[in-house]
Design a protein around this ligand. Structure first.
Ligand code: FAD
Length: 478
């Protein structure tokens, strides 16, 4: 997800319900149901795991040949067993749900941020180097800032301009916000910061491309993670969905693209295509864990209710392009740089091989919003050229060391159609209709959770829907 709050410490999540954690086990005294789950991303997998625990019969239909959806570790095309994340990269220390599931599957976490070397911030074409964990030297910062902003320093902007409001918003698990907080759904983060007196350069620095995000969404997201303590899974984040999938292997049908949902009050028929042939499966209940960007292209009979249809067709997904550059040596370390940083062209720079043995290395550009849109519209070679120039501006000297570039556009992925849900100005009101079930069809996924854009949201929503289905089955004892 976006790294909105560069310095402000998030608050710990309010009580995450224990049922979202692995130790809970559903007891089904009720009727065992046949539940078909659409999509084997973390939401579908978590729902499957929970329904299995409850003794229900499940079938998971997944269009791709592997589980995990947007948790996708790139290995193909890279040498020396190196890997990098195309999707979910970071696990904040506040994300209890994700961390507990990582622990349950005996996966190890390792720090995401380096503790040594210098980060680079590319600001108005100038490289500003800051030792990891230290504050930026303001005398080097070429931004047009107010005297007050110069005094407090870049690292304290977030706390200064929106720390108190962010804490009032909380982590989003309960959405019973008072009217003055709900009003923040109808103003952009950039305009909110303007109202607080921030200079234009300070605003650009804080929002990092997310200027059209609603202030409520931006601050809620900033609050749900603590950017000073981020981790990743040793060996690649895709091990988390793969661990879920290993427990459900015989129930997952890969290469099965859902094409039609036919529903009535008592049963549902799902039509899918596998190796060119259509097939069908009937269900007592369905968990739809497909992103809305794809769901809006799937036929449904009878049509969704007007409110649901509006939500499915209106929900916004942010564009993201991840470019992974393989180099023959980690040349940026010659100057004491650690390979991490930001560019005011609206991308972050990561170094996935930081702390790993070997000579070869990887750098990544994590490009979002308008700049990602721009890249999505270019042809392959022009896009590649622009991305090489961009990375070279942050870490000069790239080209002679460059061996290969692996690119991933989430907007162009036919099974995703975007990176993650962004609630832009005026869109928060869609949320209840995004989550609301339609007869026997439940909706799970990061979009239908209090933490859009995070693995934690996907897992939580999957388990929540499974619990709700189990509760209904208990009211109908078998
Ligand atoms: C660029 C990026 C950065 C991110 N950064 C972070 C981060 O740092 N930390 C973090 O915790 N999270 C991060 N996330 C978010 C996290 O990856 C998602 O919130 C989570 O993986 C979403 O899971 P999901 O199950 O809701 O959806 P998905 O993972 O999208 O799963 C949906 C599944 O449905 C399948 N599908 C689609 N259409 C069909 C069809 N017609 N028939 C059958 N199957 C279909 C797809 O193939 C997919 O497997 C990031 C995501 C992206 C893209």
């Amino acid at each position: 997800m976006k790294l909105a709050s560069l310095a402000a410490g998030g608050v710990l999540l309010r009580d995450v319900p224990s049922w979202a954690l692995p130790q809970s086990k559903t007891e089904t005294a009720g009727q065992s149901m046949r539940v078909v789950i659409l999509g084997a991303g973390l939401a579908g997998l978590a729902a499957g795991w929970e329904l299995n625990q409850g003794g229900h019969e499940i079938v998971i239909l997944e269009a791709q040949t592997h589980p995990g959806g947007r948790v996708h570790t790139i290995r193909e095309g890279l040498s020396d067993d190196m890997y990098a994340e195309a999707g979910a990269g970071r696990i904040p220390n506040t994300h209890t749900v994700t961390r507990e599931w990582v622990k349950y599957f005996n996966l190890e976490l390792e720090p995401f941020w380096p503790t040594g070397g210098a980060d680079v911030a590319l600001l108005k074409g100038e490289r500003v180097l800051t030792p990891a964990g230290k504050s930026v030297d303001m005398s080097q910062v070429p931004l047009n800032l107010t005297p007050e902003e110069r005094r407090i320093g870049l690292a304290n902007f977030d706390e200064h301009y929106y720390g108190a409001t962010m804490r009032k918003i909380g982590d989003g698990i309960r959405q019973d916000w008072p009217p003055e907080i709900m009003a923040l759904a109808d103003i952009s983060m950039a305009d909110y910061l303007r109202q607080q007196g921030a200079s234009e350069d300070a605003i650009s620095y804080m929002v990092l491309g997310f200027q059209d995000d609603a202030a409520l969404d931006f601050m809620r997201d900033a609050n749900s993670h603590h950017t000073e303590s981020l981790a990743k899974i040793q060996g690649g984040n895709d091990q988390l969905p793969r661990a879920f999938a290993a427990k459900l292997s015989s129930q997952i049908r890969y290469g099965c693209a859902v094409e039609h949902i036919q529903r009535d009050k008592s049963s549902i028929r799902i039509t899918y295509r596998q190796e060119g042939l259509q097939d069908q499966v009937d269900a007592d209940a369905v968990v739809c864990a497909i992103p809305f960007g794809v769901l809006r292209t799937i036929a449904v009979t009878p049509e969704w209710s007007p409110a649901k249809r509006h939500a499915i067709h209106s929900l916004s997904y942010g564009p993201v392009v991840r470019a992974t550059y393989q180099v023959n040596r980690r040349y940026w370390q010659d100057g004491g740089e650690n390979g991490f940083g930001t560019s005011d062209k609206n991308f972050e720079v990561w170094h996935p091989t930081y702390g790993k043995p070997g000579t070869r290395g990887l750098l990544q550009a994590y490009v979002y919003e308008k700049y990602a849109h721009h890249l999505d519209q270019m042809d392959e070679s022009a896009r590649l050229e622009e991305l090489i120039l961009d990375m070279d501006a942050v870490h000069p000297g790239l080209r002679p060391h460059l061996e290969t570039v692996v690119m991933k556009s989430w907007m162009n992925d036919p099974w995703q159609r975007g990176a993650y849900t962004n609630y832009y100005v005026g869109e928060q009101k869609l949320y209840p209709d995004v989550c609301r079930r339609e007869d026997r069809i439940w909706f799970a996924g990061e979009h239908a959770s209090p933490w859009p854009g995070w693995m934690q949201g996907a897992i939580y929503s999957g388990i929540k829907t499974a619990k709700e289905i189990s509760e209904i089955s208990q009211k109908n004892p078998g």
